[in-house]
Design a protein around this ligand. Structure first.
Ligand SMILES: C[C@H](O)[C@H](O)[C@@H](O)C(=O)CO
Ligand SMILES: [Mn+2]
Length: 427
């Protein structure tokens, strides 16, 4: 039997097994194919961006590792991304940061415009990959004391407000070009290493700055503003201005999208449990699917219990049309294209597992108080033949089956990325 016939045979058996639980595999795969994951550009170059000299990561973010081959230009990044997308079944989005513009000369963050992103917009149209966006409030001399939109200095605040306004216009232009909303996510590192004398004043300043940025109403079919909270960061261990309570309240009161990053809470706190609560009060959620190891370490997403719980919550709550699934990890210790493939394939695989759950039966057991049957069926799910359905999905989408994708990464590494010489790594 050829590999392909084995995939087919295993899929047919799996389909029957799921059908015996009342689950229609075809429907699950059709729903999965409609979900676009927002793949983050910053795994490809260790969050350096293309601004030139300013490309040293700082202000609350850190990447570790020196695996060779990081993308140094927009065309290298696009080439790497194209390989990554070819390894992932389905049609997905790209999440760009403002530092990834194509800058002919120095352009400060408050002055960027759509012209620096035209190359990305053209590529996105040619490749049919829709864009999301983020203003960049880090790796800049005006963020070096750990404050941006909540800065005590009105001039620095205004600089960052102007950056936010410029980014909203760029995001709206992207949305208009692609015919669907570009999600524009605001994360600022602002916070104190040590105990603040006033927790209140920076929060008032942050709310005012955000209100100034969002003062102009932009069409929601072009861009959606999202705000991302954090418990603590590097250099902001004692206090982060944009905490969960701050942004939950802000998003509810301003009708904004709330971004929940899996690494931004206490290590024992999970975002899967927040989805159904937050969606009672905010219109939509953006998820930054990440993996913290002891802290917000941004490890590559693995097929973890929490990843499965996140996807189960989205499906069980019928939230697929209100949750934007984005990724947020950056690991420079392994091949970067492989990192994208591993993380994105895992996110999709976990979503598929959730879509293959006999949700209605589980709900009925719960309604009827049969908690024994609920637990028994949930546990049985764990050994259902998910892999056979996943392999078939990959094959029918033209993506590599099983670990075949790793060979393609190795080939690309040999042909392209291994010979890249990176001044910052060589130094
Ligand atoms: C680069 C991203 O914007 C960044 O990771 C942010 O989303 C974050 O999670 C900061 O900890
Ligand atoms: Mn994040």
């Amino acid at each position: 039997m050829s590999n392909s016939s084995q995939v087919r045979a295993a899929f047919e058996l799996a389909t029957e097994q799921y059908a015996s639980q009342g689950v229609d595999v075809t429907t699950a795969l059709e729903r999965l194919s409609r979900v676009a994951i927002s793949v983050h550009c910053w795994q490809g170059d260790d969050v350096a961006g293309f601004e030139g000299q300013a490309g040293t990561l700082g202000d609350g973010l850190a990447v570790t590792g020196n695996y060779p081959g990081r993308a140094r230009t927009a065309s290298e990044l696009r080439s790497d991304l194209e390989i990554a997308y070819s390894l992932i079944p389905g049609k997905h989005r790209l999440n760009l940061h403002a530092i990834y513009g194509e800058f002919a000369g120095p352009v400060d963050r408050d002055e960027i415009g759509v012209e620096q992103f035209q190359g990305w917009i053209d590529w996105s149209r040619d490749r049919n990959i829709d864009l999301d966006f983020n203003p960049s409030y880090f790796s800049h001399s005006k963020a070096s004391d750990g404050f941006t939109l909540a800065h005590a200095d009105a001039g620095i605040r205004q600089f960052w407000i102007d950056h936010g306004i410029a980014c909203r216009k760029i995001a709206a232009a992207m949305g208009a070009a692609q015919g669907n909303a570009c999600v524009n996510n605001f994360w600022v590192p602002d916070g104190y290493k040590d105990t603040p004398a006033s927790r209140k004043a920076p929060r008032e300043r942050l709310a005012n700055s955000l209100d100034a940025i969002f003062a102009e109403q932009l069409p929601r079919h072009q861009t959606l503003d999202a705000v991302e909270c954090k418990l603590f960061g590097i250099g902001s261990e004692s206090y982060v201005v944009g905490s969960h309570e701050f942004y939950l309240g802000y998003a509810i009161s301003r009708n904004k999208v709330l971004c929940l990053d899996a690494g931004h809470f206490h290590p024992t706190e999970v975002i899967s449990d927040k989805i159904s609560s937050a969606l009672m009060y905010v219109p939509e959620l953006l998820l930054h699917v990440s993996r913290g190891v002891r802290w917000d370490s941004d490890h590559v997403v693995t097929y973890s219990d929490e990843l499965q719980s996140i996807m189960q919550e989205i499906v069980r709550g019928e939230f697929l049309d209100r949750v934007h699934i984005g990724l947020d990890f950056f690991d420079a210790s392994i091949n970067r294209v492989a990192a994208w493939a591993i993380g994105t394939r895992n996110a999709l695989k976990a979503l598929l597992a959730a879509l293959l759950e006999p949700t209605e039966t589980l709900r009925r057991f719960e309604r009827e108080g049969d908690l024994t049957a609920r637990l028994a069926l949930m546990e049985e799910q764990k050994t259902m033949p998910l892999g056979a359905v996943w392999n078939h999905y990959c094959e029918s989408s033209g993506a590599p089956v099983g670990a075949e994708w790793l060979e393609k990464v190795r080939q690309y590494e040999n042909d392209v990325t291994a010979s890249r010489c990176d001044a910052s790594v060589m130094a």
